[in-house]
Design a protein around this ligand. Sequence first.
Ligand code: BES
Ligand code: MN
Ligand code: MN
Length: 463
Amino acid sequence: MDKIKNYIDTNKDRFLDELFELIKIPSVSAQKEHDSDVRKAAELIKNHLLKLNLDNCEICETQGHPIVYGEKIIDKNLPTILVYGHYDVQPVDPIELWDQDPFKPYIKNTKIHPEGAIFGRGACDDKGQMFMHIKALEIMMHQNNLPCNVKFMIEGEEEVGSDNLELFVKNNKEKLANDIILVSDTGMISKTIPSITTGLRGLSYMEVELTGPNRDLHSGHYGGTVANPINVLSKMINSLHDSNNKITIPGFYDNVIEMSSDERKELNKAPFNINEFKESIGLKLEDGELGYTTSERQSIRPALDVNGIWGGYTEEGAKTVLPSKASAKISMRLVPGQNWKRINKLFTEHILNIAPETVSVKVTEHHGGQPYVAPTNTIGFKAASMAYKDVFNLNPIPTRDGGSIPIIALFEQELDSKTILMGFGLDTDAIHSPNEHFGVSNFFNGIETITKFYFHFEKLFND
Ligand code: BES
Ligand code: MN
Ligand code: MN
């Protein structure tokens, strides 16, 4: 057994204990009541970096949640790796669907993770995955064998749009200068089939509020005489897709870069089982844009979804009411060629256009971000491939992911460097959902793969 594996093996239990300690902190960035917990998580990470002897460790204050930074510059001639991750997590609702407390992590065997999986909010997204980088660094520091300069930047606002990180990056270009950015916040194809994410979708997130009558009305007395904002909103939302499931907002597809048929063939060669896909989410039938496979719909095609809709009476029993207001939160996943700010504008114009005069309309923009596509002909990609090959005995398959990490496109724009997305989560790990988990072997394999990456990258860089 080599030195890396050996170190992981002897320190397994402690690695897990330390990760548990981090998961126990309910660092939900979206909820004010957790502000002090978010800070506690930042402190804990800073202490880990300090313990590893990183220099210039600090908690960088922002208008929102803090960013943790630390670095080890050993030699100006060596390449510099910037590690990015997030310590904030999604809210836990619906809490009643969790088998146990989301912030009391535990290990349980599952069909997909027979060796055990760590259950808890953030276990995979992104505490577990981010923590692999800290442990990989521990191995190299402990063995006195760090082959690259390293900078860690771990933020607390990824799940709420990274607005303050954007400013931090723009104001600290020198400090963050690097040769490659390394991120584990995505997935892999399966436990035994490694993959490297080469693309992320962008995001435009909007909210629509319709107002009809100036108060809730008796639905008997008034029903049939005035426009009901919920009825109107439903009609409007329904019209946003045509019968082929194409999005009907004028100009929406204008700049979408279509993949060539060769590229599409290549994409569809990656292992994907439609039956497993359906079974894993309890569906009989998939659905989506006509003319594309599910793999394509999930990654290289844009999508528009209502994330939440409300208005009127939704409590127990029945109340006869004709509501004054109706609202919906709507997200659009974007692909290369699309610009999120332009899409925000097109969406707003279209909603105002299709709303009847019987209601007044308010459209609000939430966060957004650009899609990202990573080249595969770089030494970063090659080093990552070699690292996966070492650990999984297979060359990783490049895959485009459907999720978004908006800051990655901004890194490229502001820091002029590429990101390698070395994800170790599985689609079935239920990130953002009840009973989120992360395979124990995914965690340890991830630590090993990341460590190997440093050595391959340094070699290729200086060749
Ligand atoms: N780690 C995810 C993104 C992700 C997950 C990408 C799986 C690819 C595969 C990240 O934490 C996330 O949830 N991003 C949000 C966007 C953000 C602006 C709230 C998303 O994709 O909804
Ligand atoms: Mn994440
Ligand atoms: Mn997330």
